[in-house]
Ligand binder design. Structure first.
Ligand SMILES: C[S@@+](CC[C@H](N)C(=O)[O-])C[C@H]1O[C@@H](n2cnc3c(N)ncnc32)[C@H](O)[C@@H]1O
Length: 246
């Protein structure tokens, strides 16, 4: 059931979610988190929790387990919650876009989830992404996100990829083309994905009332010639430490 005022999220299908059962990014996420926490002297009291929202099967929660004794995952995918629990990781059914706040959360981690909060159109998508951060006014937020910078203005590629992946017709064309050019394959065809450039994420946080305290830039990925057709200049995974207020 949707809360009044929160747009409906276009959710990923089972096989699309299963494709994210991958732990290859946790080391860089862990390193970026530790760098930002120590640079900004974020202290965690023993009774507080680090919460990994959209934490999937709990790989990140396990990776940071020596950082703090209390870590939990908030997820909407029941299979991921079961996997977390089977591996001894505390996990709860809790939706990022209208979270049930328990009151003991201190540090909120949003690793590669914001770009999946897709609604019906650009405005609804932005509203969903904002809904995932706006409730956490007393917490620190660690956001790890894909940053797509474009030629001819930073933001074009993110918009173009959203346009293609969220349109059924363009996704069908994309799927067909990617049979011949595998580097154009996208797991999110037909659902949508909304990447932003690094400055655009920071602008988005600011417009949502959050100050960016620090950024750790990830390494640039290799980009195939075919993907350059989407005007992509660089792709990185950047990490942001943000906090509500000026
Ligand atoms: C791309 S995966 C990221 C997994 C992991 N955080 C990582 O960095 O590899 C996105 C995750 O977000 C979860 N998710 C999507 N929408 C959600 C929502 N509204 N609330 C909570 N979790 C959500 C999905 O079930 C999935 O596990």
């Amino acid at each position: 059931m949707q809360m009044t005022g929160t747009p409906e999220q276009t959710v990923l299908k089972r096989e699309q979610l299963d494709a994210f059962d991958f732990d290859g990014f946790v080391e860089s996420q862990n390193l970026a988190l530790r760098t930002l926490l120590s640079a900004h002297q974020v202290a965690l009291a023993p009774q507080n929790y680090i919460v990994d929202i959209g934490g999937g099967c709990g790989y990140f929660a396990r990776q940071i387990s020596d950082l703090h004794p209390r870590i939990k995952v908030y997820e909407t995918d029941l299979k991921s919650i079961e996997t977390c629990r089977a591996n001894g990781i505390e996990a709860h059914l809790n939706d990022a876009t209208h979270p049930r706040i328990e009151g003991n959360e201190r540090l909120i981690c949003l690793n590669l989830i914001l770009h999946h909060l897709i609604g019906n159109g650009e405005a609804a998508t932005r509203q969903l992404q904002q809904a995932a951060i706006k409730h956490w006014k007393n917490q620190y937020l660690f956001v790890h996100e894909y940053c797509y910078e474009s030629f001819f203005g930073g933001e074009l590629s993110g918009r173009l990829i959203y346009l293609i992946t969220s349109s059924r017709l363009l996704s069908l064309v994309g799927k067909l083309v990617s049979k011949f050019i595998p580097s154009l394959r996208a797991n999110t065809f037909g659902v949508g994905v909304r990447f932003r450039s690094s400055p655009e994420w920071i602008k988005f946080f600011k417009q949502s009332g959050f100050k960016t305290l620090g950024v750790v830039h990830g390494e640039s990925e290799d980009i195939s010639l075919a993907r350059r057709l989407l005007l992509i200049k660089s792709i990185r995974r950047d990490s942001f430490l943000i906090k509500f207020g000026n």
